[in-house]
Design a protein around this ligand. Structure first.
Ligand SMILES: Cc1cc2nc3c(=O)[nH]c(=O)nc-3n(C[C@H](O)[C@H](O)[C@H](O)COP(=O)(O)OP(=O)(O)OC[C@H]3O[C@@H](n4cnc5c(N)ncnc54)[C@H](O)[C@@H]3O)c2cc1C
Length: 387
């Protein structure tokens, strides 16, 4: 990444809107990025197109995506567009948006000001929560916090300069900690990252050895990271990126059938219709999820009913979009055939990326939570057992 002093304030009255930034990015990165490591060129294009700063409030040069009430639809559309271009870049950008949302909500004004300054200077953020056996321990030495341990599945390991990691003090809930990678270098290991897809997300392991940090690097309080509705409600972001991948698969089937003169076959026409219905229903889920999320995200203390609804709708949206993506993937493979499973056909790459990225934590528990919520709120819902 090209880390610089923030550019002077824009001369125009309002910074560019998110769709304009997306269009600039799509022009710079029209399709999937190379698979050989972290997609540095694409991340620099995210910066140049103004997408790294898009989550910042308008007066800080952004669009307030996900931070300001009423912006969730635009955030999800932006993430969907990023996923449609490339799922690994979409995943990395989702982590950036997530981290900025968390710092804005749980951090102090000073911590937010520093984070916004860093985003404007070209730093990319991430959230690294997943861990294998141990995790990262937080202890105290002479009044200063010390970190020691490891994390797994860290997207952008070795390249992300502002990871927000979860760390745990003995007997306490996890707490967030923002690392400034140039000052606090971590070890990273990508040797075990040999996945079916999402290679370019560089989701390796990191290792922190007895690293002293500043108290101001700790964001929020123990337990904040898992607070609802922010924790489960945030799943709509990755669902949006996933759906972008399904949209790209539909594009690829249409391109394949038309270029091979196979687009007049009634079975193939019907298959394209089925895929289009699936993708469109995914968009409807995202619109519904954005509506529910707008009632809580960007609000300091959301109403309990609105918070419960946002989590419920996010759980349903995530579940529905996973099914939609799996169905679209199956139709894409059937429609194109084995040619689509051979490099360099775009389906081979996109299908592997989507298959891998669809694996998100606790899908069974998520569906069970939907069922429990419906049973617990029976009689309170006007329109059946759904949303
Ligand atoms: C490309 C990619 C990038 C990633 N990047 C990041 C990142 O930057 N930061 C980060 O923090 N994480 C990251 N992750 C990790 C991710 O957030 C999930 O932790 C991971 O994908 C979980 O997938 P899983 O299928 O193993 O989930 P699991 O939750 O282990 O689910 C696997 C199966 O087990 C079931 N199951 C779950 N819990 C139980 C239980 N207790 N008992 C019985 N069954 C259970 C589930 O329902 C499911 O059927 C990334 C993952 C991928 C694939």
């Amino acid at each position: 990444m090209n880390i610089q002093t923030p550019a002077p304030a824009p001369t125009q009255a309002f910074p560019p809107m998110a769709p304009e930034r997306v269009a600039r990015f799509a022009a710079a990165v029209p399709g999937p990025v190379p698979e050989d490591g972290f997609p540095l060129d694409a991340i620099e294009a995210l910066e140049r197109s103004g997408l790294l700063t898009a989550p910042l409030p308008v007066d800080q040069g952004g669009c307030g995506l996900g931070l300001v009430p009423g912006t969730m639809r635009e955030l999800l559309d932006t993430l969907r567009a990023a996923g449609r271009i490339d799922l690994a870049v979409g995943r990395l950008y989702e982590g950036h948006c997530n981290a900025l949302q968390l710092i804005h909500h749980f951090g102090t004004p000073e911590q937010w000001t520093a984070a916004a300054h860093d985003a404007a200077a070209g730093h990319m953020f991430a959230v690294w929560n997943t861990q294998g056996g141990r995790g990262v321990d937080l202890s105290d030495r002479d009044g200063r916090p010390v970190l020691d341990g490891e994390k797994t599945f860290c997207s952008g390991a070795g390249d992300i300069t502002r990871p927000l990691i979860t760390v745990s003090a003995a007997g306490q809930q996890p707490r967030m900690c923002l690392i400034r990678a140039e000052e606090l270098p971590m070890g990273f290991d990508l040797t075990a990252w040999k996945p079916l897809g999402m290679v370019a997300s560089s989701s390796g392991a990191i290792r922190i050895d007895d690293m002293t940090i500043e108290p101001a690097d700790l964001i929020g309080q123990p337990g904040d990271y898992h607070l609802q509705p922010w924790f489960s409600g945030g799943a709509v972001r990755f669902a949006a990126v996933h759906l972008g991948g399904a949209e790209a698969l539909l594009d690829e089937v249409v391109e394949h059938l038309t270029s091979r003169g196979r687009d007049g076959d009634p079975y193939q026409v019907a298959r394209v219709g089925t895929m289009a219905v699936a993708v469109e229903s995914g968009r409807a889920w995202l619109a519904r999820a954005a509506e529910a999320a707008d009632a809580v995200f960007g609000h300091g203390d959301p109403a309990p009913d609105a918070a419960a609804e946002a989590v419920h709708v996010a759980n349903m949206t995530r579940t529905a979009i996973e099914r939609i993506c799996l169905d679209v993937l199956e139709d894409a493979v059937r429609g194109i055939g084995v040619a689509g499973l051979l490099k360099p056909h775009p389906l081979e790459r996109r299908g592997g990326d989507l298959t891998t990225y669809l694996r998100q934590p606790a899908p069974d528990a998520t569906l069970a939570a939907v069922g429990k919520h419906v049973l617990a709120t029976r009689g309170q819902r006007s329109s059946g057992a759904g949303a």
